[in-house]
Design a protein around this ligand. Structure first.
Ligand code: SF4
Length: 217
C-alpha cells in the first residue's frame, strides 16, 4: 500500500516516497510572457475536477497520461532556457489543476528553490481545503512558492456552480488563507462576454480583491 506523503513522516521515509513521485505532464512551453513575472518556463499538469463552460484546455481534464516526469527531469529541461528569464522569471506550473498533484508540486518547487529558481503556482484553488492531509501539504508547498496566481472564475457562488460545476466557497477561503499568510498572490479573472462580464459581479470581485490586499498590509 502506498503511504501518503505528509510532513509528519520521518525524513528518510519522506525521501523514499519523494524519489518515486512523477508528475503527470500535459505539455511544456519554453517562453511564457504572461504567466507571472518575467519570462517563464511553463509546465502544464494533467487533471482537473472543474468543468468551466469556456475551458480552452479540455484535453487536460483526464489525469491519465504516459507522459510522466520527475522534478529533476523537468528542472533540467527548464534550466536550458534560464538565460531568458532575467531577474524575475522562473517556472510557472499550471494545468489542468496543478494542486491535484500536490505531492509532486512540493517536490518540484522544493528542488527548484534548491537551484535558485523562482516558483509560481497558477491554480483555480478548487482542491483547497483546511482538512488533512491536504492542508499540511499545502502549507509545506507554500514554503517553496514565490507567487500564487489564483484564478477566481466567478465571485457569486451560484453562478460559479453553473459555470464550473463546483462551489467557490473553498476557493475564496483559499484566497483568504493566502492573504492571512502574507503569500504574494495575483487574483486572475477570465472575462468572457455574456458569462463573466456582469458589472455588479466584477465590482464584487474587485472589492473582495481589495479586502485581501488590505489583509496583507
Ligand atoms: S479550471 Fe482551468 S482547466 Fe479546469 S475546467 Fe476550468 S478552465 Fe479548464
Amino acid at each position: 500500500m502506498l503511504t501518503t506523503l505528509t510532513p509528519q513522516l520521518p525524513a528518510r521515509q519522506r525521501m523514499e516516497i519523494i524519489t518515486m513521485i512523477k508528475g503527470r505532464i500535459h505539455s511544456l512551453e519554453s517562453f511564457g510572457a504572461v504567466d507571472g513575472p518575467g519570462i517563464r518556463y511553463l509546465i502544464f499538469l494533467k487533471g482537473c475536477n472543474m468543468r468551466c463552460q469556456y475551458c480552452h484546455n479540455v484535453d487536460t481534464w483526464n489525469p491519465d497520461t504516459d507522459n510522466l516526469m520527475t522534478a529533476d527531469e523537468l528542472l533540467d529541461k527548464a534550466e536550458r532556457f534560464r538565460s531568458y528569464w532575467g531577474k524575475e522569471g522562473g517556472i510557472t506550473v499550471s494545468g489542468g489543476e496543478a494542486l491535484l498533484q500536490i505531492d509532486f508540486l512540493i517536490d518540484l518547487f522544493r528542488k527548484a528553490h534548491e537551484r535558485g529558481i523562482n516558483t509560481n503556482l497558477d491554480t483555480s484553488g478548487q482542491p483547497f481545503t483546511r482538512e488533512e492531509p491536504f492542508f499540511s501539504k499545502f502549507n509545506e508547498l507554500l514554503k517553496y512558492t514565490d507567487l500564487v496566481m489564483l484564478d477566481i472564475k466567478h465571485i457569486d457562488d451560484e453562478e460559479h456552480k453553473k459555470l464550473t460545476g463546483h462551489t467557490n466557497k473553498n476557493i475564496l477561503d483559499c484566497a483568504r488563507y493566502l492573504s492571512e499568510q502574507g503569500i504574494p498572490m495575483w487574483i486572475r479573472h477570465v472575462l468572457v462576454p455574456g458569462i463573466t462580464d456582469n458589472d455588479e459581479y466584477l465590482k464584487k470581485t474587485r472589492e473582495s480583491k481589495e479586502e485581501k490586499e488590505n489583509d496583507q498590509c
